[in-house]
Design a protein around this ligand. Structure first.
Ligand code: AP5
Length: 216
């Protein structure tokens, strides 16, 4: 059965880390709306120009734009065997639209990665991205190059402390209501995202097996 999964959680919860591992393990696409927007910014497209200021301020890009992007992406053939959504939905309007987009397909599974705000702030302000291979790393004292490819490490423009604080505020105001939206569904599970990445990955696998066992 296809796994149509939302990796849900606040900024820095580890959605990207876990979504990319899971997508590689299962051979299904990881659909990161943040990555799609950052690629548009890099390419200088109209979407990128509109999104950049919003992202740099830590606010949300409009529901219309985001739903359009995800509708188009989920219409592609490579999602037939499943997908991992990372960063979408982020508002009740997006979640309602997603239900409509997926009507008739395997029911959505939603895994929430729960992590306290203080740890999120530390993770995000320490996060660096490799300018060469795109690897995500937590910066340590004196580490300035990527261990994987040797290229320089950069900081995401929205990982500055003031922007991270705003992203967390926006999460609690506009995105966390989705926990109540999904919590009563049988294919929702909460996972302790403050554990080490390998332990979280094992908990993700366990949750998927448990949900499949309980609802198939
Ligand atoms: P997006 O790129 O989606 O950012 P985000 O949701 O804020 O999430 P992050 O990528 O910051 O964190 P993550 O949870 O993926 O954690 P990661 O695995 O990287 O969105 C960026 C912006 O785009 C938004 O602010 C908004 O403007 C716009 N946007 C995107 N989608 C939108 C939408 N649907 N609607 C409207 N606007 C939208 O890990 C973080 C760090 O922690 C890394 O350094 C990692 O190595 C480390 N780490 C990961 N797991 C662990 C662990 N278990 N223990 C210790 N460290 C860990």
């Amino acid at each position: 059965m296809a796994i149509n999964l939302v990796m849900f959680g606040p900024p820095g919860a580890g959605k990207g880390t876990q979504a990319s591992r899971l997508a590689a393990e299962r051979g299904i696409p990881q659909i990161s709306t943040g990555d799609i927007l950052r690629e548009a910014v890099q390419s200088g497209t109209e979407l990128g120009r509109r999104a950049q200021a919003v992202m740099d301020a830590g606010e949300l890009v409009s529901d219309d734009i985001m739903v359009g992007i995800v509708r188009e992406r989920l219409g592609r053939a490579d999602t037939a065997a499943g997908f991992v959504l990372d960063g979408f939905p982020r508002t009740v309007a997006q979640a309602t639209a997603l239900d409509g987009i997926l009507d008739g397909r395997t029911a959505l599974m939603v895994l929430e990665l729960a992590v306290p705000d203080q740890e999120l702030m530390e993770r995000l302000t320490r996060r660096r991205v490799c300018a060469g291979c795109g690897a995500i790393v937590a910066s340590g004292e004196g580490v300035e190059t990527c261990e994987r490819c040797g290229a320089g490490l950069t900081q995401r423009s929205d990982d500055r402390p003031d922007v991270v604080r705003e992203r967390l505020r926006v999460y609690h105001q506009q995105t966390s209501p989705l926990v109540a939206f999904y919590r009563t569904r049988p294919r929702f599970r909460e996972i302790d995202g403050s554990q080490p990445p390998d332990v979280v990955a094992a908990a993700v696998r366990q949750a998927i097996d448990a949900v499949d066992g309980a609802t198939s």
